[in-house]
Write a protein that binds this ligand. Structure first.
Ligand code: SF4
Ligand code: SF4
Length: 295
């Protein structure tokens, strides 16, 4: 009986050891075989897994580094921080999209049969700032990343269909949440998550405003204003409140656009009471992350 027990244990050890290479392979697997039309998610699986599981903790660290002044007082530390932050921002950043582009992009994603899930914004989780006024579940994850989030956070994320996704993005837009498609390394079609951001809690936006780090790629469009039609900021001024990038300013009583600061989100268009604001396509501007998803 003892011998049988030992043999059984030996078989168990051998079996678990034989699984090791498989586990390692799975952890390091490159998702080369998941390059499907319209979407390119070939990051190492281990990286995907780590970021999806601990994103809120990473965001907490970024927020701390961006909003605490003490380490920027020392030249050496400031340089290191700047270097690290710029490296990080060039590795991962968000491409600003208009509502129309988002809707078209979602159509392509669902057409491609990719999973889409929605859950609580990681910046809100990082800052413990749930809102009573705007939606909290605004983190729309895509494809393999959606499947990871559904595995890691089954109570927090749920799968959605195209109709629900459409309704959600329209509602986010009405609430003044800006749409940005997150990707990596400026790689074409690298679409991982559609963030719908509240400028009060968006940590990348905080980092951009506080330290000048370029967290976002500008969209294809920019806002233009017909000053003759503008109601004037005394009577209206909605655009000044709406713009997440502080690109709307007052000039001779009218709400005008500082073109170099406009990221083309389009939020000031839908809110313009005088119908004085529109969006115009910038010549030669191209989308990178959404390129294969939006015409
Ligand atoms: S000016 Fe309008 S379109 Fe440009 S960033 Fe601000 S809200 Fe978005
Ligand atoms: S929201 Fe429109 S009408 Fe109102 S101040 Fe701005 S540009 Fe003028």
């Amino acid at each position: 009986m003892k011998r049988l027990g030992r043999a059984y244990r030996a078989v168990r050890v051998a079996t678990s050891l034989s699984c090791l290479p498989l586990l390692v392979e799975e952890a390091l697997l490159l998702h080369m075989d998941h390059e499907e039309p319209g979407i390119n998610q070939d990051l190492p699986y281990l990286l995907l897994w780590l970021v999806s599981k601990y994103e809120h903790i990473m965001m907490r660290i970024v927020n701390y580094l961006a909003t605490h002044d003490w380490m920027y007082r020392f030249e050496f530390a400031r340089r290191i921080m700047d270097f690290m932050s710029r490296r990080m921002m060039s590795f991962v950043n968000g491409e600003i999209l208009t509502l129309d582009e988002v809707r078209e992009m979602l159509g392509s994603i669902f057409e491609g049969g990719h999973t889409v899930a929605i859950g609580t914004c990681p910046c809100r989780r990082a800052l413990n700032m749930l809102s009573d006024d705007v939606p909290n579940n605004t983190d729309m994850v895509i494809g393999l990343w959606a499947e990871d989030y559904l595995r890691h956070y089954p109570g927090l994320y749920h799968r959605i269909d195209q109709a629900e996704a459409e309704e959600l993005v329209k509602s986010f837009n009405r609430h003044g949440l800006m749409h940005q498609l997150y990707g990596f390394q400026s790689r074409e079609g690298a679409a991982y998550v559609l963030c719908n951001c509240d400028s009060e809690v968006c940590i990348p936006l905080r980092a951009q405003k506080a330290r000048g780090y370029q967290s976002f790629r500008k969209g294809r469009s920019q806002a233009i204003v017909d000053e003759a039609v503008c109601l004037g900021v005394e009577e209206c001024g909605a655009c000044l409140l709406r713009c997440p990038f502080d690109a709307r300013v007052v000039d001779r009583g009218k709400g005008v656009v500082k073109q170099d600061m406009c990221f083309g989100c389009g939020l000031c268009v839908s809110t313009c009471r005088g119908k004085a604001t529109g969006l115009e396509r910038k010549r030669g501007a191209k989308l990178i992350y959404a390129r294969r998803l939006v015409s």
